[in-house]
Design a protein around this ligand. Structure first.
Ligand SMILES: [Fe+2]
Length: 308
């Protein structure tokens, strides 16, 4: 076990370009400079596929957030993704109009200018009034769903998981006949982060619904690291809570971990084509730290009655 742990952290260290930097606290003047690396695409870019990016715990306004955003824009030009999922803690600190500018509109300006839409979920550091911020596309709701071709997204407020929200979620899942069902929210149900760990109360109420209605993929943030878990109950789980924040060396070794990365900020690209989900996770410095393809799980006949 000791050897495996050493190899794991050595691998992450090497993949991160041997960086040992700490999170910078300075504020850059512009987000327009060139990315630090060349593009190395691991996605197939199939015609008519659904392509998007994922960020979490991003809203610091610090230089690392801008640097991740620059990599995102460089990859957008190659991939052509049209939307971004936000896994919560979108705006840290104050929530004045200036905070939205410094911690969202400026870092992601190239993406916004290109017409990319962001779909936010709320984290524990977010003011629920963010649901009314137009560029987060939440429609004034703390939890909501949307669909892109055959892929349905169910966005939850995991800070306040009320019975009303659970009833809403079950109805949405039951009535969806989407080929892929992706659920995302801030607090992870499974986690090897040392700082928080898994939210067992949430797990107890959400996993039964995910299993009953065939959720394929669950994305969360909150832990300021990246982790891809081995499938749990036949569901794929990712944690991506380090697009702005970072907790350096905050992952513990675990048998449930497939890949972990806790030495730099990152974001993830996803391309869904038929029964395949391709993913590529890219660091602040442009290094691909994880990639692969997930096969859609065989599900029993959908309980859906109509499209959502
Ligand atoms: Fe959080």
């Amino acid at each position: 076990m000791r050897t495996r742990v050493f190899v794991f952290f050595l691998t992450c260290f090497v993949l991160a370009g041997c960086t040992t930097r700490t999170v910078p606290e300075d504020f850059p003047a512009t987000a327009a400079s060139a990315p630090s690396s060349s593009i190395s695409l691991k996605l197939p870019l199939k015609p008519k596929s659904v392509r998007f990016a994922v960020i979490g715990d991003s809203g610091t306004g610090n230089s690392a957030q801008f640097e991740v955003a620059r990599e995102m824009e460089a990859y957008r030009q190659a991939v052509g993704f049209s939307f971004v999922l936000m896994l919560g803690d979108n705006i840290y600190g104050g929530d004045s109009p200036g905070d939205f500018v410094r911690k969202f509109e400026q870092p992601y300006k190239p993406l916004l200018d290109a017409g990319v839409n962001f779909y936010a979920s709320l984290g524990n550091h977010d003011n629920p009034d963010e649901s009314h911020y137009k560029l987060f596309n939440m429609g004034g709701e703390r939890y909501y769903s949307f669909k892109k071709n055959d892929v349905a997204f169910f966005v939850l407020d995991s800070t306040y998981m009320s019975p009303k929200q659970l009833i809403w979620l079950e109805g949405e899942l039951r009535n969806s006949n989407a080929v892929w069902k992706i659920c995302y929210f801030h607090h992870p149900l499974y986690s090897d982060g040392k700082f928080h760990g898994p939210d067992l109360d949430l797990r107890s109420v959400l996993v039964p619904l995910f299993q009953k209605y065939g959720v394929n993929v669950v994305l969360s943030g909150h832990e300021h690291v990246y982790e891809r878990l081995k499938p749990q109950n036949d569901i794929y789980y990712f944690i991506l809570g380090n697009s702005g924040q970072l907790r350096f060396h905050n992952l513990r070794a675990s048998d449930q971990m497939q890949v972990g990365f806790d030495t730099d900020q990152d974001f993830m690209l996803v391309e869904i084509d038929g029964d395949e989900l391709h993913f590529q996770t890219i660091s602040r410095t442009g290094v691909t730290i994880d990639s692969g393809v997930l096969q859609r799980q065989p599900r029993s006949a959908s309980p859906a009655k109509s499209d959502q």
